[in-house]
Design a protein around this ligand. Sequence first.
Ligand code: HEM
Ligand code: CA
Length: 652
Amino acid sequence: TFPEDKIKRSLISAVRTAESEMMQQLALNEKLFRSGIDGDKHKFDHKRMHSMFQFMKKSRQMDSNIAEMLLQATQMLSRSLEIPLEDLKRFRDFGAKWLAVTSPFCKPRLPVCDVKALYRTIDGSCNNRQHPTWGMSDRDQLRFLPPDYDDGISVPRQFGFTGTPLPSPRLISNTIHKALKSRDLRDVTDTMMVMQWGQLLDHDILDTPVMQGERKQINQATAYIDASYLYGADSETSKKLRAFKRGFLKMTKDGLFAPHEDQFNCVKKQANSYCMKSGDERLHVVPGLAAIQILMLREHNRIARILGSINKQWNDEKIYQETRKIVIAINQHITYAEYLPKILGRQTMKKFSLYSTEKGFNTVYDSSKDATISNVFGAAAFRFGHSQITHNIGMISYNNSFRSTNIEATFNKPSLLFTDNNLGTDNINRWLCQEKGGKADRFLDAGVRDKLFFDEDGKSFDLASLNIQRGRDHGIPGYNAWRNWCGLPVASHFGTGAGGLVDIDSDVAERLKHLYSDPNDIDLFTGGLSEHHVHEGRVGPTFACIIGRQFHNLKRGDRFWYENNFRKIGFTEDQLNEIKKIKLSHLICRNTNTIYMARNAFNVKSIRNPFTLCYTYDDLDFGLWKANKPRRTLKFLYPPILPMMHLLPVFG
Ligand code: HEM
Ligand SMILES: [Ca+2]
């Protein structure tokens, strides 16, 4: 029977002990982390770079520690009662009693919604009226399938289906994900931008902090595609980023860079380089990411300047929100019209209704859809992009001279952005649009597979191993479980014929057979990355299914989706049609000193995608944003290309 009293007493004391242990741990973590922030570059080693990448924002540490504390309390309770966790859970009413004791510790902050709000909130709350926390920042990730932990609660998968230990992540990485030098690792048509946009998008919708012993995954970003990497995902950060003047975001005086970050979030290699603040702390991980984030920042301020000048009566808040709304729409449009079709192919795009229409409204909102990012998407499926990373970061200057730096020399180092008279950002963006990208296959480049966060002591990480281990830490079920969830045939043997690994090459299947003792054990990252691509796509059927489902939810579950015909919060049809003309190439033309760009920045130059002079690309017709009297005539007041006049001397 249920030892009522004893449980209650033990529970309270377990919670108290766990609480005090967590407080000590928290203080220690903080001390360790800050100790690196003294400008001593020797302390900026590979481990710090990794924890920097996944640092938990301070305001959030408490919440997550409560979860950790409760977990510890459960374990203590099971020990003190000498009842295994599994059995404890089976006691009648245990759940309810547990809640009664612990609920004072978890008080989720419920958002208060303003029903008349015209714009998205910064933290994504209240997007869904019935479920105001759906897709909001700082909330748990969603489970498409129940977690798979060895003890049913928190111990990562270590043993396979037949009870034998799982292979080590590094061994899997060496066997399946190690590229052979002789292989051509470049894609035929994709540019590097495919990789770079993928990472930017990932950082918009997902930011999973990692803490020692953490077993619960939260998302610090807003799930919605709302450029939270640019605006921040909590009000404190968003305020730090705003200039509070005519809708502008803070920038350096020359209008070229994001503002200085007073705290140390990157390695400053040169005296004139500095770390930058942005909505997402990870912008410095590779210079390509910083370059595209800075591009978006320039676009915001460019649009704000125009809106502010044609609507003199608008105050800072109005200009900021209207500009933000346009920039978010541009992000959604590029993602669904240019990026996703490349990754998923036509069939998956259709299956999940992902295509944007070419013109006009496309009202797709479904309030029963939860946009929250799923665990499996972030811990495995969307990491497919790691195979598109190449060994170098290139720069193409305005006069077409090219230089290249090994990727391992650039992690968390912004110095390339400041080269060439501070035109590094432009040079990197040009390279991203012209260079052939890494091929999406099962291989990861040595730059990230052997030398991720390479430090001065020669120590580094393996991104493939991290991905595999992260999948296990997050309790992501194995390959077969996901095949089944997707309605795809599951494998009962390692052959590639019927009943086997039907979507995998036989030589890879053979390698998997040597690694794992049962097909059910195959880690999803590894199995998914090993599949043949779906027609016209860059991922196999299993990842296409998981990624397709996630982007379906992100579109249908977003009340502020740019194509929705919702008066007040949406665009007018004319405005929407203007936005639907925009391509990523236009943004690069308008915000760097570039003379020509191929129309499709995700495809390499070809007869069908020729270099085109930037000034021939139309800008948005801002006359349609003029309050009271929308007119089209203003188009010609703002030339299609706004050259960055202050940069012109470099041509001389
Ligand atoms: C040079 C480029 C990149 C580097 C250096 C990089 C590095 C990393 C690192 C270190 C992590 C954390 C690994 C861990 O779990 O410990 C990570 C996570 C992740 N990466 Fe990348 N990555 C890059 C590009 C990409 C691209 C192109 C994509 C997708 C198209 C991508 C998708 C993801 C996702 C979804 C996560 C999980 C994020 C989260 O849960 O917060 N990454 N990456
Ligand atoms: Ca977001």
